[in-house]
Design a protein around this ligand. Structure first.
Ligand code: NAG
Ligand code: NAG
Ligand code: NAG
Ligand code: NAG
Length: 175
């Protein structure tokens, strides 16, 4: 009995002391391009270097305007998220332009949350940036409803290409 209690307490303390939360959840995204799976954004390398084997990549087409999203769900309970650092595909800030990053309690898209960061206009976002939240939630959602004009002049629908998402914070047990 005491031993069980002890083991339980140790596990809990480990989780509470943890700052890097990326291994405590699963990732999904709105579509796939063949490779570029959602999980690649929570696996190293931690960089902006791109390939379909190390970054997420949603489907791109040139006519539709359907939004794209990437989502992380904590595998147990709520987490208190202090900050999130995103590493987007190098050289593709135009596809990231106008993105939203939210901490939410539901998986609904567009995200339903009071806790969102929205890329400001004008100008292109930095492909690496740390956004602070200090917010309790069950999901992290990256959402993009703005397409981009490629250097060739071609229009690409909203696309997500996240190479790494570092989620910092701690677990909270809500009884
Ligand atoms: C977070 O933890 C994962 C899994 O343990 C690890 O692979 C990754 O490198 C860590 N991320 C950071 C930013 O330290
Ligand atoms: C993000 O949070 C982590 C863990 O709390 C902290 O170590 C790091 O300094 C924070 N980064 C920024 C840029 O605020
Ligand atoms: C999620 O739910 C918790 C518990 O009710 C609440 O404290 C928190 O503010 C909510 N987070 C968001 C982003 O709405
Ligand atoms: C991009 O990075 C520069 C230099 O770190 C910073 O001054 C600027 O505010 C950042 N822009 C955005 C949109 O985060």
């Amino acid at each position: 009995m005491l031993l069980v209690l002890l083991i339980h307490t140790t596990a809990l303390l480990t989780a509470v002391a943890q700052h890097n939360l990326t291994r405590f959840g699963t990732a999904t995204q709105s579509s796939n391009i063949g490779g570029g799976y959602a999980v690649y954004a929570i696996r190293p390398p931690i960089s902006n270097d791109f390939s379909l084997k190390i970054c997420s990549h949603t489907y791109v087409d040139h006519s539709s305007n359907k939004p794209a999203w990437w989502m992380f769900k904590f595998s147990f309970g709520y987490a208190y998220i202090t900050n999130i650092t995103i590493y987007y595909r190098e050289g593709f800030a135009r596809r990231m332009d106008g993105f939203k990053l939210c901490v939410a309690n539901t998986s609904i898209t567009p995200p339903v949350s009071d806790s969102c960061y929205e890329d400001p206009d004008p100008g292109l976002p930095n492909t690496t940036q740390t956004i602070s939240f200090n917010q309790l939630g069950q999901y992290v959602i990256y959402f993009d409803s703005k397409g981009s004009k490629e250097t060739s002049g071609r229009y690409d629908r909203p696309t997500v290409e996240l190479c790494y998402v570092a989620i910092d914070g701690r677990f909270i047990t809500i009884m």
